[in-house]
Design a protein. Structure first.
Ligand code: F6P
Length: 353
């Protein structure tokens, strides 16, 4: 029987999401109760690359639970951007800190690196999924998503009154990268008259046609929810060609402004646009995300204690379970066809060029 206390590292990577601190809380409380030592790494993978830690002794987990952001800091750094240099640094720091396990809390990019380190170098990794985008496979939802939906829905509810006062169209851009989850859920919840998501090419002529019909039927205002990653088409031509940054990531955003301009130009209905941006990730998590993240953290702690590595805590059919990390990062989870069909009348158009 190994009497040495287990030493467990933890990091939070990628864009922050409401609930990160609650996940740390669920993990930390369970591990400390099992007499483990916890080592926090700062700013995602960067902390493990450069060896920057943050002590987690004495943290008031009860208070932490309710706070937005992440106590550990986050970044988009990834050891596989420059694997020849950074992977050996990560492995050396894991040895230096004599870690028995590493808990990685992140989205696709962060967990993709965790999966590779586990498979290629035997790093004892356990994962917790987070992202407001909800685009990870193998889990029903990721924490942070419903907090973002709440922000976007409330914003659209509020914008309705000013749209109505001025007889305008308000075009609201939501985050989500290449998935339309936030836009679809918030758009349906707020009763938006148009919802444009990346899962369907958006034909602006059809959007304008539908808005015109609404106006002719007496509507004074309209809300259009637009996902930042949507592909916009006019006369069959793509208005939003995908360009990449220096890391090969697609540059996204600006769709709402294009849509608002197009509506004014084509049908002369005064339009304004609003990019909700990082407000969707900011502030305290809603109660659901606090409890959800707490439960995922506790499940991850159990995986560590049972030494079941390469696994990720997840939600399946409402239960907290665990799955292979590889299953979560193999594909990007986008809005399923049945969601689009169920709410079809909100999505413009069905089909597309
Ligand atoms: O992945 C989460 C997310 O908020 C996306 O919805 C968004 O496109 C991106 O991160 C923004 O990243 P950054 O914080 O680097 O601007």
């Amino acid at each position: 029987m190994d009497e040495r206390r287990l030493r467990v590292g933890v990091l939070t990577g990628g864009g922050d999401a409401p609930g990160l601190n609650a996940a740390i809380c669920g993990l930390g409380r369970r591990l400390l109760a099992a007499n483990c030592e916890l080592v926090g790494f700062r700013d995602g993978w960067r902390g493990l690359i450069v060896g920057a830690t943050r002590a987690l002794d004495g943290v008031d987990f009860q208070r932490l639970l309710v706070q937005g952001g992440t106590l550990l800091g986050s970044s988009g750094d990834n050891p596989y951007r420059d694997p020849d240099i950074d992977v050996p640094k990560v492995l050396a720091n894991l040895r230096h800190h004599a870690l028995d396990a590493l808990v990685v809390i992140g989205g696709e990019g962060t967990l993709g690196a965790a999966d590779r380190l586990h498979r290629e170098h035997g790093v004892p990794v356990v994962a917790i999924p987070k992202t407001i985008d909800n685009d990870l496979e193998a889990t029903d939802f990721t924490f942070g998503f419903f907090s973002a939906v709440e922000v976007a829905t409330r914003a659209m509810d509020d914008l309705r009154s000013t749209a109505e006062s001025h007889g305008r169209v308000m075009v609201v851009e939501c985050m989500g990268r290449h998935a339309g989850w936030i836009t679809a859920y918030a758009g349906v919840a707020a009763g938006a008259e148009g919802i444009l998501v990346p899962e369907q090419p958006a034909e602006l002529e059809e959007l304008c046609h539908n808005l015109e019909s609404l106006r002719a039927a007496g509507a004074r205002s309209a809300l259009v929810a637009v996902a930042e990653g949507v592909r916009l088409y006019e006369h069959g031509e793509c208005l939003s060609p995908m360009q990449k940054d220096r890391f090969g990531e697609f540059l996204i955003g600006g769709a709402a402004e294009t849509v608002a301009r197009c509506i004014e130009r084509r049908i002369g209905w005064e339009s304004r646009h609003l990019v909700l941006g990082h407000l969707q990730r900011a502030g305290q998590p809603i109660a659901f995300d606090r409890l959800f993240a707490l439960r995922l953290g506790a499940r991850a702690a159990r995986l560590v204690l049972e030494r079941r590595f390469g696994r990720m805590a997840a939600m399946r059919a409402g239960d907290i379970v665990d799955v292979e990390i590889a299953a979560a990062v193999a594909d990007r989870k986008v809005l399923p066809g049945h969601f689009l069909e169920r709410y079809g009348s909100f999505f413009l158009p069905i089909g597309g060029p």
